[in-house]
Design a protein. Sequence first.
Lengths: 144, 134
Amino acid sequence: MVWQEIGGWGFDPFTEFRRLQREMNRLFEEFEGIEEAEPAVNVWSSKNDLVITAEVPGVAPEDLRVHVQDDVFTLEGERKAEDPGEGVVVHRAERASGRFARSIRLPYPVDHDRVTAKYRNGILTVTLPRSEASKPRQIAVTTD
Amino acid sequence: MSVRKEEKAVEKKGAAPAVELTRDQPVFAPATDIYERDDAVVVVCDMPGVDDKHVDITLEDGVLTILGYADTSAPSDHELVYRGYEPGTFRRAFTLGAEVDPDKIRAKIVNGVLRVELGKTERAQPRKIPVQTE
């Protein structure tokens, strides 16, 4: 299987570095310069489908857009900043807001019509069934 | 990463939790906004994967501690092929400057964002003193 690169898929030292940096930040309560333009994703695979989960807390489901074109999966959305109101003292403002987009090249073609997305507790779960044509086929070996 | 940042990180690590958690999971500090109104302090934390049944909030001696346990279950029969995040436990504690009325604390979690409103005691709220003229 060939893993191609797009926005953090596969091994890219820079992406890897950014990811590490982000984890360090989360671990050490060190929030200077956290700007998560793209949401963190995990990708799971089975024989029949791919499951992509993304951390998108505080984004209303209607502000999320998921699309698949050819073999590129894209997650786009907007995280609206909260308006604390007038006369308020802000002690900390670490939570990111604004638009984000993330694309991932899928390792095999998926059946576009059967892609489903579910949002729960700030986690988006997208299931992308593998297209029938791309499934590995077992070839029976016969003897004469 | 600059040298300064590294030093800071090490320092933070050294000062890290006096309280250790029993669950064998990574512990993260949730990104947090805190703001203060005349009548309340509002704490907002990003805790993706945490629902209302898995949050613990305690206020003791002026220290607000927030714990959230994210759902760490994986899709069954699937193999992880790319990891961009790790679900675990969110934990953070803050010392509150203002006096908080224990009866006026409200918390809710929606779409993985926890919001705690801590109402101040009457005494701690700024009072307007009417000035009269004759």
